[in-house]
Ligand binder design. Structure first.
Ligand code: ADP
Length: 630
């Protein structure tokens, strides 16, 4: 499984659980292996340590004991001792002399005791002659070291002193007088110092002899106990030999034991001080036993197992922690890797999405650009079309205007004729009257008629002048004019027509002296047009009535011309100021009157409006600016 597969595998939660379970199963095996390895290693280390210590201890003992082996040999040639043995009876001084001699030797050599026995085993003199437990007079013929020396050899023996009750190592050698063994000199060496050393070093070390009796030990309770239970016969023999004095030779308490190798055992052991039948004091220990070279002794080292176990426990704790840290580290690393991998994956995905979005955006922009340029093209085409249509429209409009102009011209000609006809008819009738009056010689009346003719001619001149103005638009010349006068003058022009149609004209404006801004002729043209329209509207009625009123506001003056005719139809009212709108018969109206009038009033800065009166009939309002006085 490579890294990536591992990461993928552990991404899954249940896989992670499986991994932890496997690791948990591995844990006991791992701990067992580590524990046994550490146990073996600890034991080996222990063995090495114990061996080196045991060797040191045993060589110490051997050298300590061997150190004094020469002494009895040396003393066997001592003439003073020899002299004493030559006689069977001795006086006190002779004995005393040897006692002091031996005491001196003992002091010098630092041995425990030096003493001299005759061939019967009786102690003749001893270095401890002056002590309570003096050997003098005691018989030690039962001691093997005596027997060995009496046979001519060196005697070596470890025993518990029967008199002193102090254990010691006895070395003996025969004294020869006249080629015959006459006695034995013995040196007792104490092992107390060694034992003290072990005790101080707190080492549980002891030495057993060939009878498996513990003879030297740093700890007193172990002393003169046997390593194993011994049979009664052997026990009796040993007690009889007095080697261990009055010691009971009780075996030490041993429990379950395992042999680790030839020299090492693990066993349950109870400290001898613990009371019988009490589990207290039992301990599992390692017992390492090595022979003491040059003797028939064995040296033992008691090592508390707890130390080895502690080593194993320590290593197991470390191993368990290492396992935990390893598992956690693996999980952490894998988790991190998985995190990094998923982050990378996310980044890649994000990058890909971004790229795709960028591509998509580009495509969209391209599409939009294309669409835009298409619509741009379309727009341009449309603009071109519009321009063309506009051009066509202008052309059509021009044509229409042209046609309109022509029509207007024709209509205007008819209108002009209509306008001119009335004054001309009046002039003709005044001229006819004048002719009759002259014939009758009524010259004053004739003159008056001629004056009227002159006035009418002037009026005709004015009308043609007005037409000239209409044909060529001249800038308006506003001046203060007296509205009431213009109204009266205009009504005079209409008087005849009104009379003909039986129309009553009520002028309520005569008293007014307000000046307004305008131009007399053009304002008369407007009034005339409106009044004539009213007369036309009333032509079918017998009770025709036209009423003129004035209204004031701060700056303006409004002339209201009301008739009691049919008024405007709703639809017509919207179009009455449109050029060429007329409801009259062909040849009777041009439909220009109101549109021209409206334009004239606008030129004066005023407004011309038309409406139906609630009681019937039409109302025209001519709103004009008031002229300032002066
Ligand atoms: P024309 O008099 O040549 O028809 P105008 O522009 O003067 O042209 O008048 C337009 C129309 O307004 C008239 O044809 C008429 O139908 C309507 N009109 C004008 N004055 C009156 C009025 N006092 N009563 C009813 N209709 C009127």
């Amino acid at each position: 499984m490579n890294d990536k597969t591992t990461v993928d595998f552990l991404k899954n939660k249940s896989n992670r659980f499986l991994f932890v379970m496997i690791m948990l199963c591995i844990l006991p095996v791992f701990l067992w292996t580590i524990g046994s390895w550490r146990h073996a290693q600890s034991l080996n280390e222990l063995k090495q340590t114990l061996d080196s210590e045991l060797k040191l201890f045993s060589s110490n003992i051997v050298s300590e004991l061997e150190k004094y082996e020469y002494l009895p040999i040396l003393l066997s040639g001592d003439p003073l001792l020899k002299q004493l043995l030559k006689k069977d009876t001795h006086n006190k001084d002779e004995i005393d002399q040897v006692n002091r001699h031996l005491s001196l030797i003992q002091n010098t050599t630092e041995v425990s005791t030096v003493y001299l026995m005759n061939k019967t085993g009786l102690t003749l003199a001893a270095s401890n002659w002056d002590k309570e437990d003096s050997f003098v007079g005691k018989n030690f013929k039962f001691r093997p070291y005596f027997k060995n020396a009496m046979q001519g050899g060196i005697g070596k023996y470890f025993a518990l002193g029967t008199t002193s009750n102090i254990p010691g190592y006895y070395v003996s050698y025969p004294l020869i007088n006249n080629n015959e063994i006459s006695g034995v000199v013995v040196v007792k060496v104490s092992v107390a110092r060694l034992e003290n050393d072990w005790l101080n070093a707190q080492k549980e070390v002891f030495i057993s002899d060939r009878n498996d009796v513990i003879i030297i030990s740093g700890s007193t309770p172990w002393k003169f106990r046997t390593l194993y239970p011994i049979n009664t016969k052997k026990r009796d023999e040993l007690i009889q030999s007095r080697q261990y004095a009055d010691a009971n030779l009780i075996p030490i308490d041993r429990g379950r034991e395992t042999t680790i190798d030839d020299f090492t055992k693990r066993l349950s052991i109870r400290t001898p001080t613990a009371r019988e039948g009490n589990a207290e004091g039992w301990d599992t220990v390692y017992l390492r036993s090595l022979p003491v070279i040059g003797t028939d002794w064995t040296i033992h080292y008691v090592y508390r197992q707890a130390n080895v176990r502690q080593d194993v426990i320590n290593i197991l704790i470390i191993a368990a922690f290492s396992w935990l840290i390893t598992v956690l580290s693996i999980l952490y690393i894998l988790q991190r890797r998985s995190l990094i991998a998923s982050r990378l994956e996310y980044q890649e995905r994000h990058q890909r999405t971004l790229e795709e979005a960028a591509v998509e955006l580009e495509k969209r922009v391209e599409r939009r650009t294309r669409a835009l340029s298409d619509s741009n093209q379309k727009l341009e085409d449309e603009i071109k079309e519009r321009q063309k249509a506009e051009k066509d429209l202008h052309l059509a409009q021009d044509e229409l205007v042209q046609a309109g102009k022509l029509a207007a011209l024709g209509q205007m000609a008819a209108g002009i004729t209509h306008e001119m006809n009335q004054p001309l008819t009046a002039i003709r009738s005044y001229a006819d009257n004048a002719k009759i009056l002259i014939e009758r010689e009524r010259l004053t009346d004739a003159q008056s008629n001629l004056g009227l003719i002159t006035e009418l001619c002037a009026r005709l001149g004015k009308i043609s002048g007005q037409l000239k103005v209409f044909a060529r638009k001249t800038p308006s010349q506003k001046e203060p004019i007296l509205l009431s006068k213009i109204i009266t003058d205009t009504l005079n022009l209409l008087e005849n027509s009104a009379k003909l149609e039986n129309i009553t004209i009520t002028n309520n404006c005569e008293q007014n002296n307000q000046l307004v801004l305008g131009e007399t002729v053009r304002l008369e043209q407007v009034l005339l047009n409106i009044l004539r329209n009213a007369v036309d509207a009333l032509s079918d009625q017998n009770d025709g009535l036209i009423e003129l009123n004035l209204e004031h506001s701060e700056n303006r003056m409004t002339l209201l011309i009301r008739d009691n005719g049919p008024g405007f139809k709703d639809n017509d009212l919207k179009h009455v100021f449109d050029p060429f709108f007329t409801t009259k018969e062909v040849g009777e109206g041009l439909g220009l009157g109101l549109s021209i009038s409206s334009r004239i009033i606008q030129d004066f800065g005023g407004v011309l409006k038309a409406r139906n009166h609630p009681d019937g009939g039409a109302v025209f309002s001519i709103e004009l600016l008031k002229a300032r006085d002066g």
